[in-house]
Design a protein around this ligand. Sequence first.
Ligand code: NAP
Length: 259
Amino acid sequence: MDLGIKGKRALVCASSKGLGRGCAMALAAEGVDLVINARGAEALEATAAEIRAAHGVEVVAVAADITSEDGRARVLEACGQIDILVNNAGGPPPGFWPDWERDDFIKALDSNMLTPIALIKALVPAMMDRGWGRVVNITSASVRSPIGQLGLSNSARAGLTGYVAGTSRQVASKGVVMNNLLPGSHDTDRIKSLTEATMKREGITMEEAVAKRNASNPTGRIGTAEEFGATCAFMCSQYAGFMIGQNVLLDGGAFNTTM
Ligand code: NAP
């Protein structure tokens, strides 16, 4: 299926690895030129080279911390005209609710709420002027169903979700489609470190922790970055024009609910 976005240009934040990389790869497969970003230059350049080789699109790689003002400024400077924005950044660390202080919350809010909002404010007005744009914010299944040890993430992402709910409806008439994509467990470095934390906390082996994690999902497995990227690409496509302010949960049915 041709998603109708060949020749568009996307900024995919935090995309040298994992879910961001999956989104970048899927957009490139549709002929979308890219600006990709991560802090570590080596993995970022390797991903950029892989995408260029696989799909022949233009890929500009900017090594910068997207959660810092300076990092965002450098990324935006390299952007040019952006039609598609995929917001992403590393998630806050796991922990225990009485331990989190104001500074921990400020850091989480900066990374997972205020950074995507700053990028939306920087890029969406020009999309509205041109009458076409797509924004996908990578949040988390924890917005729908809280994960206790990820309280910092639950809180910051719920804040972004509230912002997107209102903002998406204010920009829709100008052709800008803004939604959130909520990953459940996917096979990335992030999930490896969370599984390791479970192993240590429960005093079990890695194999046991993986088996326990997989068994808890109706599909008996976790998702892949490719599956995640394909869903993101659809949400950025010409066909997503009537999908506004939605929270698309991609979790293999882990969240047990009728609707
Ligand atoms: P990942 O595999 O650890 O990849 C994270 C990517 O983001 C890397 O390319 C990393 O590169 C980059 N990055 C991290 N912090 C950054 C920053 N401050 N500025 C720029 N780039 C940054 O993580 P993931 O699993 O893809 O997760 C992506 C997001 O989805 C996270 O917020 C995570 O909490 C959320 N999530 C993931 C899952 C899952 O199952 N994987 C589930 C729910 C939610 P550098 O380290 O070089 O910067």
